[in-house]
Design a protein around this ligand. Sequence first.
Ligand code: DBV
Length: 257
Amino acid sequence: MNLLRLSSLDPVNMPQWRWAPFLNHAINCLASLNPEPYPIAEEFLRQEGSAGSKSQPVKVTTCTWACRTNKLRQARAACVEAGSSASVLNFVINPHCSYDLPFFGADLVTLPSGHLLALDLQPAITSDECHTKQVWERLMPIFEHWRVRLPEGGPIPEEAKPYFSPGFIWTRLPLGSEGNKLIDEVITPAFSDYLSLYLDLVKAAAQVSPERAAMLLEGQKRYMSYRAQKDPARAMLSRFHGSEWTESYIHNVLFDL
Ligand code: DBV
């Protein structure tokens, strides 16, 4: 089996990875937008590491899948497979700032303590309705439909709130059959609905003025620098792959705007 990945569009080959069906679904949906590879250095396309204890090491693999299209600056998936230690899909779509579009954000995280699941269409700016209203009106019915079946994820930091929509799905589920059932019956279709709405918005989006694009870009930069600064995966990735690799991955790949 050849595991070398030469392009960010090559399949992510990680047997046992919990979230493979979600990434595969997203890749299939993005195919209609004519995706090109997104330039990513080889050490970030696939990186091996280890976790666990000296006597019981766990093999860790982190892969990046990414593309760009005429309207999307970057769509990228950070994929972590570490056996019983962790399984993660962090998927963010960053539109070009010349379109009035939110970010698509999904954080699907399995840890020994359970699943942490986040899904949202996140605004670049919250100060103005042109950016949010058209999205939130269509998102809220989808949110209301799915969230009633999920437990609340608990409080999120006050400072993070500007970066979320009112349709933010945020839940914690137990490992095992109860969690798996909710992932199959709720998280899977919710992910699909959020992505499908997002791609409808992308297809319909028309270019904005350079002045408006500059304002959207400022908002996007604020969002990206917040995410890079507060990345909840920093500790985990540093344990798996070292802090130098992790800092470079966070700043130069995951949140590279
Ligand atoms: N989160 C990332 C990236 C990850 C990643 C790039 C490569 O932004 C994984 C992996 N998220 C990740 C991990 C944890 C979380 C937690 C490993 C667990 C950290 C730990 O417990 O050690 C949503 N993700 C979280 C938390 C939130 C989010 C609120 C809990 C943070 C905490 O308790 O401190 N991430 C957040 C969010 C989006 C997102 C809203 C977008 C929808 O991507």
